[in-house]
Design a protein around this ligand. Structure first.
Ligand code: NDP
Length: 246
């Protein structure tokens, strides 16, 4: 039976690599994009040219009702979701002195509330069916904090608590819940950092001396989604080139 994997934010750097990896492994792949993102048709066409047949649904993952409606539409069209990858996220970096409520809320809602919003409507179905995988994409900066990221670090750290608590609740039902904490991966989110800052401040912090590759994170997602990973739950797996070890 072909499993259905939903990856939020599939048009982003990490999301695209995760969608491709899961499709390569034979999953049916569905993704979400921000409503109003006008690039979706071009992206779907370019993916199709590359041999990938993805379905994409508009969904503001920071909005509870919109998330429920989106999951409901996906499951009506494509069947039950077996693997949920909560990947969509944003940054709004600024020092705490400059941080206003709007930038705090935007990051908390998009990065942390979204995990509740998307997991809530799929989790009961997974436990009823006795199989499911929930994979949350956090960040090294949720583990160690980062200058200018009180909002992002708090949201990403919150994912770890969510993961551990939910993992306990569903452990006997065949559902695993895990978090991946990537370090700096060469996607547009990271390439938006000025090149001189990347070269002089970020890459020197990484013992491997390079950014990670989206495919490296996608490989870890694929493992966590697999049957082989059935005994692995409540974990936070760091993938950061040695930048932070805990
Ligand atoms: P991108 O900015 O490339 O992609 C982010 C994705 O999130 C986009 O597809 C975007 O969709 C989607 N998204 C943002 N807001 C919303 C929303 N409200 N509703 C629906 N979708 C939304 O980032 P990356 O691929 O680099 O990052 C992916 C995840 O990995 C994020 O959670 C990020 O925090 C995390 N991460 C990334 C690291 C890195 O080095 N790149 C390191 C550690 C963690 P759209 O374009 O349609 O708005």
């Amino acid at each position: 039976m072909t499993r259905l994997a939903l990856i939020t934010g599939g048009m982003g750097g990490l999301g695209e690599a995760i969608c491709m990896k899961m499709a390569d492994l034979g999953y049916n792949v569905v993704t979400t994009y921000s409503p109003g993102n006008v690039k979706v048709q071009n992206w779907l066409s370019s993916m199709e040219e590359a041999g990938y047949n993805f379905r994409a649904y508009p969904c503001d993952v920071s909005d509870y009702d919109a998330s429920r409606e989106c999951i409901s539409a996906i499951q009506k069209d494509l069947g039950p979701i077996d693997v949920l990858v909560n990947n969509a996220g944003i940054t709004r970096d600024m020092t705490f002195k400059k941080m206003d409520k709007a930038n705090w809320d935007a990051v908390m809602k998009t990065n942390l509330d979204s995990v509740f919003n998307m997991t809530k409507p799929v989790c009961d179905g997974m436990t009823d069916r006795g199989w499911g995988r929930i994979i949350n994409i956090s960040s090294v900066n949720g583990q160690k904090g980062a200058f200018g990221q009180t909002n992002y670090s708090a949201a990403k750290a919150g994912m770890h608590g969510f993961t551990k608590a939910l993992a306990l609740e569903v452990a006997r039902k065949g559902v695993t819940v895990n978090t991946i904490s990537p370090g700096y991966i060469g996607t547009k989110m990271v390439r938006a950092i000025p090149a001189d800052v990347l070269e002089s401040k970020i890459i020197p912090q990484i013992p491997m001396g390079r950014l990670g590759k989206p495919e490296e994170v996608a490989g870890l997602v694929a493992y966590l989604a697999s049957d082989e990973a059935a005994f692995l739950t409540g974990a936070n797996i760091a993938i950061n080139g040695g930048q932070h070890m805990s």
